[in-house]
Design a protein around this ligand. Structure first.
Ligand code: NAD
Length: 352
């Protein structure tokens, strides 16, 4: 099968990760890269034997490309994704899909008009732990879901926020700890627990000099009726474990830093736990990991970005749908915008 020809727009922090992921995939070839800063484009182009551009449109006009990866600041994703699809190419958009609802709708509209495919990067969906827990929930192995929590106690220095004029701004980052860092965990939480219906929240900026929030807590009710929480900050020095916890009346799972930290299923108990529960046994996680069937040793070697790009290539070649398409990419942003609204109004927000 012929290789798909890729371009990348945005050669900053994450652009090179896409280039490396593409290099690891036999079905892909990186042909061209673009960045408004010529040295950044040239450096990436030199390393991966691609052609450098300083203008996205020029790259689209001159190069034969099948897919372009959007790795520019978050508030530019809509403009660049639409430009790429209108030029007849498929698009892989870094997270968040966009920071505004109207621009997400525009991406989906242009996708319908052009018939091109859209994938939104959420690479932790490809982690073995999230795949396994998702599968178990689909099989109803955790029973009726009652509670889902995401905790993101991270650290980012002031230097990080000062490293790019767009970081921590409403116009281009679209938010702080929620829109930039926590969207990964929020996406996994909603993938596991289902869509969010209502939200109450607080946000604040306590540690950094920036426009947007560096600490947030939200209380959620999912459409299923289950409850949930999100607690997140970039002010927790030096940064601690990310946890996604999902609890049902027949089982519980905890993902810690992308790994399965705990799994206990009623179906694996030789006898039912007593009226006060079974507590947490250390061996549970190890036993669960050993039992994992979702594991693919070859895939584990590759980066999760590469796995997600491979999923998009499959979707293009088979005319299927990527795991995280434009519709899947929209809901995490809706949840985050709902949290901002709930925090600023002090009222409960209902998502439509
Ligand atoms: N999936 C992940 O784990 C992950 C990690 C980091 C960043 N990201 C996302 O990737 C995006 C970029 O983040 P980053 O940290 O790489 O930012 P960055 O500032 O390091 O890089 C962005 C690059 O885009 C270039 N750029 C700006 N405007 C442009 C334009 N009009 N045309 C061409 N190039 C332009 C900038 O010069 C810069 O080099 C963000 O949306 C961020 O949320 C995702």
């Amino acid at each position: 099968m012929e290789k798909l020809r890729f371009g990348i727009v945005g050669c900053g922090v994450i652009g090179p990760t896409h280039a490396e992921a593409l290099q690891s995939l036999p079905q892909a070839e990186l042909v061209a890269v673009a960045d408004v800063i010529p040295e950044k484009a040239q450096k990436l182009a030199d390393k991966f034997h691609a052609t450098a551009y300083t203008d996205l449109q020029e790259m689209l006009d001159r190069e034969q490309l099948d897919v372009v990866d959007v790795c520019t600041p978050s508030g530019m994703h809509g403009e660049h994704a639409c430009q790429i699809m209108r030029s007849g190419r498929h698009v892989i958009i870094e997270k968040p899909m966009e920071i505004r609802k109207d621009r997400i709708e525009e991406i989906l509209q242009v996708q319908r008009e052009t018939g091109k495919k859209v994938a939104v990067i959420s690479q932790h969906r490809f982690d073995e732990a999230s795949q396994q827990v998702h599968q178990l929930i689909q099989e109803q192995a955790l029973g009726r879901m009652v509670l889902g929590n995401a905790a993101i106690p991270w650290w980012r220095s002031q230097k990080y926020y000062d490293s790019g004029a767009w970081r921590g701004t409403w116009a281009l980052d679209g938010g702080g700890i929620l829109m930039n860092q926590s969207i990964h965990s929020i996406d996994i939480l909603q993938w596991l627990m289902g869509r969010v219906k209502t939200i109450r929240a607080y946000t604040d900026t306590l540690v950094h000099k920036m426009e947007t929030e560096d600490v947030a807590v939200a209380v959620l009710r999912f459409e299923s009726g289950a409850l949930g929480t999100i607690s997140a900050t970039t002010g927790a020095y030096p940064g601690a474990t990310t946890r996604i916890e999902v609890f049902g009346d027949k089982g519980s799972a905890i993902i810690e830093d992308d790994r399965l930290g705990y799994l206990h299923l009623a179906s694996q108990d030789s006898e039912e736990v007593g009226p006060y529960g079974g507590g947490r046994k250390k061996s549970d996680a190890a036993a669960a990991a050993a039992k994992s069937t979702a594991s693919d040793p070859a895939a584990l070697q590759a980066s999760t970005h590469a796995q997600q790009i491979a999923d998009m290539i499959r979707a293009i070649q088979e005319d299927g749908t990527p795991l995280v398409d434009g519709h899947s990419g929209r809901h995490p942003v809706e949840i985050i915008l709902g949290i901002y609204e709930a925090a600023s109004t002090g009222k409960e927000v209902t998502l439509s």
